[in-house]
Design a protein around this ligand. Sequence first.
Ligand SMILES: NC(=O)c1ccc[n+]([C@@H]2O[C@H](COP(=O)([O-])OP(=O)(O)OC[C@H]3O[C@@H](n4cnc5c(N)ncnc54)[C@H](OP(=O)(O)O)[C@@H]3O)[C@@H](O)[C@H]2O)c1
Length: 241
Amino acid sequence: MLVVGASSGIGRAVGLQAAALGARVVFAARRTERLSEAVAAAGVGAGASAVVCDVRDPEACERAVAEAVDALGGLDAVVYATAVDTLVPIAEASAEVWLNTLSTNVVGASLVVRAALPHLRRSKGRVALISASSTGRPLPAMGVYATSKAALEELVRAWRSEHRDVAFTSVRIGMTLGTEVYASWDPEVLAAVSPQWGAEGYLLDNGPDTMEVDEAASAVVAALTVPVCLRDLTVTASPRA
Ligand SMILES: NC(=O)c1ccc[n+]([C@@H]2O[C@H](COP(=O)([O-])OP(=O)(O)OC[C@H]3O[C@@H](n4cnc5c(N)ncnc54)[C@H](OP(=O)(O)O)[C@@H]3O)[C@@H](O)[C@H]2O)c1
């Protein structure tokens, strides 16, 4: 399988869990060292490998899929875990932020699926694309990100309607710790909006608690391994004692 966005966070954990179950995994993202570390963590003998890919570059998406197919001899599954999440009030979001977010979170997803399609049709394969449980009720200052995730979910429906021989799953993930998606957040913007997130119930809408990265990843692996197609999942923490 190919996991795009596998150098950190949930994508990396999906790759490692799948490898532990016996899948041969190609880890793809931009940061070479982090990819090598993930391949090493999968363990000698797991048959894992890495492909460097910036999904904003259409040719890089095609190359990543071609290299994965070469390495694996085909493709049974693709996971798209790639995303950027700029914390910015919507009135302040520049064209650059919009274009970077949409090309990373939406357009890249479609380009990867397009390149993988012939291989997935051959294998009757599966695709899991990671969205967010906050889609539909955007947290203040996360409107650009939420818009991209709403578009990603519509993209999944569009692919599904035209290609019924491939199983497409949207996995809406709730708040998850141990990832790097928050690394770009401006602390001043966070301090300004986070009281509103708590007071107006935005945080609780995304689960009774935060998840650990391995918990979130386990839902994606489940979607790829159950004998049926889970079309749309929302994954949050279990209520804790
Ligand atoms: N953590 C949460 O609370 C949460 C909640 C809801 C949904 N999600 C979703 O879960 C998914 C995984 O996020 P995460 O939390 O695990 O964050 P993360 O640790 O930041 O992972 C994001 C991945 O995307 C890759 N990426 C970013 N830009 C890229 C580009 N231009 N080309 C190729 N790869 C790129 C990053 O690798 P490089 O930088 O090496 O390229 C990294 O591997 C995302 O879709 C995110 O929206 C997360």
